[in-house]
Structures are given as C-alpha cells and as structure tokens.
Design a protein around this ligand. Structure first.
Ligand code: NDP
Length: 331
C-alpha cells in the first residue's frame, strides 16, 4: 500500500508477490483462509502515529488478524493441519514464530465455524464484552444504547447486553434494512436510522426515561445525543469514533460535556488488548451461548485477496453487517 492522499482509494493498494522465508525451528507455515477487515486499518494508513498501535509501512503487507491452516510445522505443539489465528494479516501465506505472544493462537473448529473465530469469538466480540462488562459495568435492568449497532462489535454488543441482563437495548445503524435486522436477529428492542433522524430525537422517543449505558462506536453527534439521554450515574464505554473518519465529519460542541458534570457520568475509553484478563471468561461464556443457540454470529464475506482493499473501503461506508472478512479458502 501507499499512504492515501485524503480518503483512501483502491489504487492505494496493490497485490504483490514476495518470496517466503524458509520455515525455521519453532516456526509454522500457515496458509490463510480468512483475513479480518477492521476500521482501525483506516487510521493506520495515515502518516500520523496513533497512540495504541503502529501505522502500516508503505510497500509492506497490511498486518492484522487472520486465520489459516498450518501447512508445515517445525514446532511439536502445533501439528500440520491445525488452525491458527495470527497477526500477520493480509497475505496468502505466513511464516509464524510460535513463541511470539502474537505468534499463533490455535483454535478449535469443532467449537465454532472458522469465521466466528475472527468475529464473535474473536477480537470484535471480545471488544463488545470488555466494553459492556469491564468498562461500562453493565447491571441487570440497565437500558443500553449501542451505536454502529449492525457492525461487528455492535451485533455482538446488543446480544451480549441482553444476555447480561439489560432490560432494554437500543441501537443505531445506517438505513432501514440494518435497523430491521437489529431487532429481528441481534437482540435489540428498538433501532433508529441515524441518517434519517437526529439521534437525540430518536433516543427521546425510544428511551423516554433515559439510558444507563452508552457503548460508543462512533463519537460525534451520537455521543452528544447519548450525553443528553443518559440518566444520573450513567456510564459510557468509549470504544471508537467511526464518525470522525471520512469527509462527513461535523464538529460537536464540547461544552455538551457539562451533561457529564450535572449527571455524574463516567466516560471511559479503552483499548481491548489491555483487558486480556477477561479473555478466559469471555471465551467460556460466548462459546456456551453459541452452543446453546442463544447468540447469532454474522459475517459479511468478500472473496479474494485482490478484493481486500475494496472490502475495507466498503466497511468504512457501511457495506457490512456483522464482521467484515476476506475469504481466501475454506479448508
Ligand atoms: P463495524 O463492523 O461496526 O464497521 C463500521 C461501521 O461503522 C460501518 O458498518 C458503518 O455502519 C458505521 N459507520 C461508518 N461511518 C459512520 C458514521 N459517520 N457515523 C456512524 N456510523 C458510521 O466495525 P467494528 O465493529 O469492527 O468496529 C466498531 C468500532 O469499534 C470502531 O469505531 C472501531 O474502531 C472500534 N474498535 C475499538 C476497539 C478498542 O479496543 N477500543 C477494538 C475494535 C474495534 P452504518 O451502515 O450503520 O453506518
């Protein structure tokens, strides 16, 4: 890739062939089957460094989460044929060091289908779980509002909130079709189309008595609307700022934070990888919910490495429901 000049376009990306290193002692050769497409990749294309991860290097493959099958193993604990998640991202094959912390995380395809391990049982599901439990301290009986609710984190957050005892779960998404899906499939009691109605008015209509928790994936106008709708003592998990990418961003009056003072609100930002202590309970609970059929995993799958950049651009424009993935193969 090269750094975009303004908004990224498909011409900023290219598929190139590179020789693979030979597989050394303690290493695996993995053939990728699925690659994760994440909004954070947008920021990582920029020149300015973010505070929680490194930016992409022009001319190098985009790193990030991917899942594949081991073709060759020089490590006794991970045999050829095993399925592993790793961090080397967008490429057909990768040579991994098993000893690296981010090296190779073995997954069990009998427990859940492969795509689920990058979505509901992966980092996006984990983000939803951490935000609701560790950050917003969801209590049974709470009214919860989630923005970008039809996306990977949002479809997980709505369903988890319901199973964790929320009394009412409200979501916002772009367009009537996504809003209908939120209620039909993803545990939401009500949904509003943020493009069709000011979110402040939607919240007054859908939660007239206010909300207790806001899971913020978008920032901007929706965060401002939530500040007004939150009840005294309300909690906000600041997860992401989708509205601050792209050309449509509109400034929001920061003085609306006076709501946080008046209502003794707690607003807490988080980066999911700081909360690995919650991973075992997350995996156990979500695997049980999946096995019992109490939650639905949803992915939008695009085929082919050459279409990965298009998948990222589509995600940024709302072209996904659930987790956006690129498929390179199924087995
Ligand atoms: P999504 O699957 O939710 O995809 C992004 C969605 O954002 C799009 O589908 C689109 O849906 C919506 N969107 C795009 N532009 C806007 C806008 N201007 N206003 C409102 N919504 C918009 O992505 P993820 O679930 O992977 O990520 C959700 C958020 O969580 C992101 O902000 C991401 O950066 C953050 N995140 C944070 C982590 C952390 O550790 N803090 C870890 C992982 C993710 P629509 O059609 O509804 O507009």
């Amino acid at each position: 890739m090269r750094r975009p000049d303004g908004e990224p376009v498909s011409g900023d990306f290219a598929v190139e062939e590179r020789p693979l290193p030979s597989v050394g002692e303690g290493q695996l050769l993995v053939r990728n089957l699925y690659m994760s497409v994440d909004p954070s990749m947008r920021g990582r294309l920029e020149r300015t460094e973010k505070h929680y991860t490194h930016n992409f290097t022009p001319g190098s493959p985009l790193d990030g989460r991917a899942l594949g099958v081991v073709e060759e193993s020089r490590c006794s604990s991970v045999p050829a044929g095993a399925f592993v998640r790793h961090q080397l991202g967008w490429r057909e094959r990768a040579v991994l060091d098993v000893a690296d912390t981010d090296g190779a995380d073995r997954i069990d395809p009998r427990l859940a289908p492969l795509p689920t391990w990058l979505g509901l049982l992966g980092q996006t599901g984990f983000t939803a779980y951490v935000g609701l439990t560790g950050i917003a301290a969801l209590h049974p009986g709470d009214t919860v509002f989630v923005s970008a609710a039809a996306g990977a984190v949002g479809t997980a957050a709505g369903q988890f909130a319901r199973l964790l005892g929320a009394d009412r779960v409200i979501g916002t998404a772009g367009g009537p079709d996504k809003c209908a899906l939120l209620v039909k499939e993803f545990g939401y009691d009500a949904a509003a189309d943020y493009r069709a109605e000011p979110v402040r008015e939607a919240l007054a209509r859908l939660a007239p008595e206010g909300i207790d928790v806001y899971f913020d994936n978008v920032g901007g106008e929706q965060l401002a609307a939530a500040l007004h709708a939150l009840r005294t003592g309300g909690r906000v998990a600041l997860c992401g700022m989708m509205s601050q990418f792209g050309g449509e961003r509109r400034p929001v009056d920061i003085n609306q934070l006076i709501q946080a003072v008046l209502k003794r609100l707690t607003l807490r930002g988080f980066i999911v990888r700081d909360h690995e202590d919650l991973r075992p309970e997350f995996e156990q609970r979500v695997a049980d919910w999946l096995t019992d059929g109490r939650i639905t995993a949803r992915e939008t799958v695009v085929d082919g490495l050459e279409n990965a950049a298009g998948a990222l651009l589509s995600l940024l424009g709302g072209g996904n429901v659930g987790k956006m993935l690129v498929r390179l193969g199924d087995s």
